[in-house]
Design a protein around this ligand. Structure first.
Ligand code: PLP
Ligand code: COI
Length: 365
């Protein structure tokens, strides 16, 4: 529990018919629920003014630091409707912890973890009707923190705002769970030693957009970044972590090297794979190792993972001078069975044996 009480201003809610038509095919990240959460921080007053208010534009001075120096961080998590009608979030305390790690790197204030979780609960409860119940559908929650002090000097802002918005979501990639093509960025880096690669800050995504355009021009859905020093050691994708599967059932994934996001899906999959007796190697993995392994048949599957992407099979890695192609063998068997297990836990059709689910609205409420 948190000491800070939330006030609520009721929104003019969308009609049931309009909401149902959005929920029938929500896409990803285009429509938003009726309310949002806002909490203000000042250096002098700490966190205050916790509010649930109608979804809409936020007042912002044109000199706000976030607009000039990009002092911003965010999170992404989902709420799921289970067959018994209850609504749960997946490991929200992990997002709360990670937001604070990002906050340290971006010189933003620490937000008490219980306040983060309470903010998520407040929004999901008030907009519970927006949690869709269809296959692979959920309510995507986007907590974020922005520096909104009006000051053009370059220093950590003394005023910030934490917000949570929510968006009904279907699969991130259009076309559902279809294997995707990945473009290997050889001209752009996403992160470097001592940079912000491990933080979930807007600037990392801004830096990924030009290479993402290059990926799209080459008919790929995501871009893969390597370590800028070696140009061979794999970091991660623009918005997802990466796993490879060896023919002996071993999973390979880049270690948390300070440049990549400590993905909650990644850590959950490592746990589930180890529970099944698979070896999981978290270490440096190179594009060269992937190429050689795919050629000699020792690397047989690849997948991307993240909250938005869940687990998305990879059918090929394309570069200007070569392609690694899993073609007809994608999606891989282990990829899909891990996907089924993780989504089964999230959607309440499999037992939550690790206590990962946080019940926000109980069954029958
Ligand atoms: N890596 C990046 C750059 C991401 O944006 C994301 C998505 O949040 C991930 C990895 C996966 O993290 P998570 O599984 O916590 O969503
Ligand atoms: C998420 O998975 O939550 C992200 O932030 C990634 C982005 C591609 C939507």
């Amino acid at each position: 529990m948190t000491d800070l009480a939330f006030t609520r201003t009721e929104a003019q809610r969308l009609s049931e018919a309009e909401r149902d038509s959005i929920l029938a095919d929500p896409g990803f990240g285009t429509r938003f629920t009726d309310h949002m959460v806002s909490i203000v921080w000042t250096r002098q007053g700490g966190w205050h003014d916790a509010e649930v208010v109608p979804y809409g534009p936020i007042p912002m001075d044109p000199a706000s630091s976030v607009l000039h120096y990009g002092q911003e961080i965010f999170e992404g998590l989902k709420a799921y409707r289970r067959p018994d009608g209850s609504i749960v979030a997946f490991r929200p305390e992990e997002n709360a912890r990670r937001l604070n790690e990002s906050a340290k790197r971006l010189a933003l204030p620490q937000l008490p973890e219980e306040l983060f979780v309470e903010a998520v609960h407040q929004l999901v409860r008030v907009d519970a009707d927006w949690v869709p119940g269809g296959d692979d559908q959920s309510l995507y929650l986007r907590p974020f923190m922005i520096a909104d002090e009006s000051f053009l000097g370059v220093r950590a802002a003394e005023r910030a705002r934490f917000m949570v918005i929510a968006s009904p979501a279907g699969p991130y990639f259009t076309g559902g769970v279809r294997p995707v093509s990945i473009w290997l960025s050889q001209t752009h880096a996403r992160a470097g030693r001592g940079g912000t690669g491990a933080a979930k800050c807007g600037g990392n995504y801004a830096a990924s957009l030009a290479p993402q355009n290059e990926a799209a021009a080459n008919e790929c859905q995501q871009v893969l970044f390597t370590d800028s020093a070696t140009e061979d050691t794999i970091d991660e994708l623009g918005g997802m972590n990466l796993f490879l599967v060896r023919s002996d059932g071993t999973l390979l994934t880049p270690r948390l090297n300070g440049n990549i996001l400590d993905g909650i899906t990644r850590k959950s999959l490592i746990r589930l794979a180890k529970d099944r007796g698979h070896a999981v190697e978290e270490r440096d993995i190179t594009v060269t190792e992937w190429r050689e392994g795919a050629a000699d048949g020792t690397i047989v599957e690849a997948f991307a993972c993240g909250t938005a992407a869940v687990i998305t099979p990879i059918r090929e890695l394309k570069a200007p001078d070569f392609t690694i192609d899993f073609g007809d063998s994608a999606p891989g068997e282990l990829t899909m069975s891990l996907r089924e297990e993780l989504t089964g836990i999230q959607f309440g059709t499999l037992e939550d044996r690790h206590g990962w689910l946080d019940v926000i609205v109980p069954a029958g409420a």
